[in-house]
Design a protein around this ligand. Structure first.
Ligand SMILES: *[C@@H]1O[C@H](CO)[C@@H](O)[C@H](O)[C@H]1NC(C)=O
Ligand SMILES: *[C@@H]1O[C@H](CO)[C@@H](O)[C@H](O)[C@H]1NC(C)=O
Ligand SMILES: *[C@@H]1O[C@H](CO)[C@@H](O)[C@H](O)[C@H]1NC(C)=O
Ligand SMILES: *[C@@H]1O[C@H](CO)[C@@H](O)[C@H](O)[C@H]1NC(C)=O
Length: 531
């Protein structure tokens, strides 16, 4: 009675305004949903649900036993990031309460194989008083992606001080476009402490990247313990800038529990000067110490020892043997190596081939398939083992040649996907298409994915996060989202990417502003969303 018609009308208008405001959080310029990366298919409504304070994980209909609590821990992490460190102390209403999430996984197996089924369905209904969201996935790794997507639907309501999920009901079906979605880190040019690597892994999971390419050693330093050759890590920068085998195992396990494989690399025969600090016999001579001495059987024994130790730590089916930027002049400039070349009737480039092919055989004998940088393909083509995955980096157009030759390829052309190139823009990261000019379906399948590379010459623990993010996220969407759902014009996703960048900041990741070049600073005071 007290509220007159006019007032009630105003109340409804206010309410509509309020809802429109929530809608705006989801409707982008083109009605797009603010998820990153964009799922394969999404539909939603306009109702708001409140998350119960004891938001529950249930697993009815699941065949996955979760003996190692992989799913339980992922669920707990999801709830933590959703609350984004706010104190949730408001009163949850009695209706439209999201009581929990039911996760039904149809496979009991949680071996993180290459090409593991990462698809998922996420359904959030919007009727009833005690509502459960539903995730269906073939494997626990699909379920992890679903949890990440779910987390991006939730928001803290500052007026009510509870967590809400807007725009329900939601119906999402999702699966990745490519099985290999990588990020390279380089712990030779600068050592990266374990907690820093773990933060990188956490942040990869937020954008559904699934391979951490660990460029462990290079000419400057050798930080990893190798039990078969215990003096190798004498090549570390200092006594403490090292990883024990247990540390490496911890990285692998930490990543695996987030659906991420670790691709370990030794870059041979170039990029290996640090190996000789502990074992000088690996150098052609003390004056000319790179590439590794091709004439010495000991070189191949050490490679065998390293890969044998690797096979106990790095269970991913691929190992990376480098093979790039090999300057062989040391070989013919060093008398005993030159003599060996003559005796075997090899010139420098034949010796380079001999080295690469012999190292491939050693890796294969330890159960690995080999990834090599593109120079090995540019020089030796089909003479490489037919299972070789060629890792592009020099420029565009390489993948097309590789897949035409029947080999597989990972795309990382440096002009677009090298994060250490600070002048490479997020727009360029977004628009770099791995299948450019490749039209045959059989050839397209041989492009297993792509990788963004965070080379470490000018990056260490102090600036790695803001150099990786947000540009790596732009590539992550290119690698995850179906081609037909990607924007042809990157300005169409600026708002959504800016939002994802702010989400990373909220989760404690030092992602840099979008405006400007890589690792930019905020240009002026203003909302995170406007930088
Ligand atoms: C992945 O699992 C889903 C759900 O079980 C299934 O429909 C799909 O065919 C699977 N994809 C592949 C590539 O096996
Ligand atoms: C290769 O190495 C030699 C000797 O170490 C050096 O003089 C030469 O400039 C290098 N060549 C290239 C192309 O870097
Ligand atoms: C090395 O030998 C191969 C095979 O005989 C030949 O094709 C190549 O041109 C030689 N390379 C150089 C640099 O002499
Ligand atoms: C793709 O093909 C076009 C037309 O032939 C060519 O101009 C372009 O350079 C190619 N791009 C790549 C990355 O190969």
């Amino acid at each position: 009675m007290l509220m007159g018609k006019g007032n009630r009308g105003r109340g409804i208008l206010l309410l509509l305004g309020f809802l429109a405001c929530f809608e705006a959080a989801f409707g982008g310029e083109d009605g797009a949903v603010n998820l990153w990366p964009m799922p394969k298919s999404v539909s939603h409504g306009s109702r708001t649900l409140s998350l119960s304070k004891d938001f529950k994980l249930t697993t009815q209909g699941s065949k996955y036993p979760d003996d190692s609590s992989l799913l339980k821990e992922a669920f707990k992490r999801m709830v933590d990031v959703v609350q984004v460190n706010h104190i949730v102390d408001g009163r949850v209403p009695n209706s439209m309460v999201l009581a929990g999430l039911n996760v039904a996984i149809s496979s009991a197996d949680d071996v993180l194989k290459f090409g593991v089924n990462e698809s998922y369905k996420l359904h959030v209904p919007a009727v009833g008083s005690l509502i459960y969201a539903n995730i269906e996935a073939k494997t626990v790794y699909g379920a992890l992606h679903a949890l990440e997507t779910f987390s991006q639907l939730c928001h803290f309501n500052f007026d009510k001080r509870i967590v809400e999920l807007y725009a329900a009901p939601w119906s999402i079906f999702d699966k990745p476009r490519f099985p290999f979605r990588g990020l390279l880190i380089d712990t030779s040019r600068h050592y990266l402490p374990l907690p820093v690597i773990k933060v990188v892994i956490d942040s990869m999971a937020y954008s559904k990247l699934n391979v951490l390419h660990w460029h462990i050693v290079d000419e400057q330093s050798f930080p990893l313990e190798i039990p078969s050759y215990p003096r190798l890590w004498s090549g570390s920068y200092s006594y403490s800038e090292r990883y024990t085998v247990a540390d490496a195992l911890e990285i692998v396990q930490y990543a695996q529990r987030r659906g991420i494989n670790v691709l370990a690399e030794i870059d041979i025969p170039g990029h290996a000067r640090s190996w000789g600090v502990g074992y000088p016999a690996l150098w052609p001579s003390t004056e000319c110490n790179q590439p590794l001495d091709v004439s010495n059987e000991f070189t191949f024994k050490v490679i065998d020892g390293i890969l044998s130790d690797f096979s106990k730590i790095f269970k991913f089916k691929f190992v990376h043997l480098g093979g790039d930027e090999v300057n062989t002049s040391c070989w013919s400039n060093t008398p005993h190596v030159k003599e060996w070349l003559n005796k075997h009737g090899m010139n420098e480039s034949e010796a380079y081939k001999y080295f690469v092919l012999r190292a491939q055989k050693i890796a294969i004998s330890h159960g690995y398939e080999v990834v090599n940088w593109e120079e090995t393909f540019n020089n030796f083509g089909r003479q490489l083992n037919p299972e070789t995955v060629v890792h592009n980096w020099l420029g565009g157009g390489v993948a097309k040649k590789v897949v035409a030759a029947g080999l597989r390829c990972i795309v990382s052309n440096q002009d677009k996907w090298y994060l250490d190139h600070l002048d490479a823009t997020w727009e360029g990261f977004y628009m770099n298409e791995p299948l450019i000019n490749i039209t045959e379906p059989e050839e397209q399948k041989r492009v297993i994915g792509g990788e963004v590379c965070m080379w470490g010459e000018h990056i260490d623990a102090s600036d790695i996060e803001q150099t990786i993010w947000p540009r790596a996220a732009a590539a992550a969407e290119r690698l995850w989202t179906p081609l037909e759902k990607l924007a042809n014009d990157p300005t169409r996703v600026t708002g959504r990417l800016a939002r994802f960048r702010c989400l990373l900041n909220q989760r404690g990741i030092a992602a840099a502003p979008l405006a400007g070049l890589g690792r930019a600073v905020p240009i002026e005071p203003g909302s995170c969303l406007k930088q």
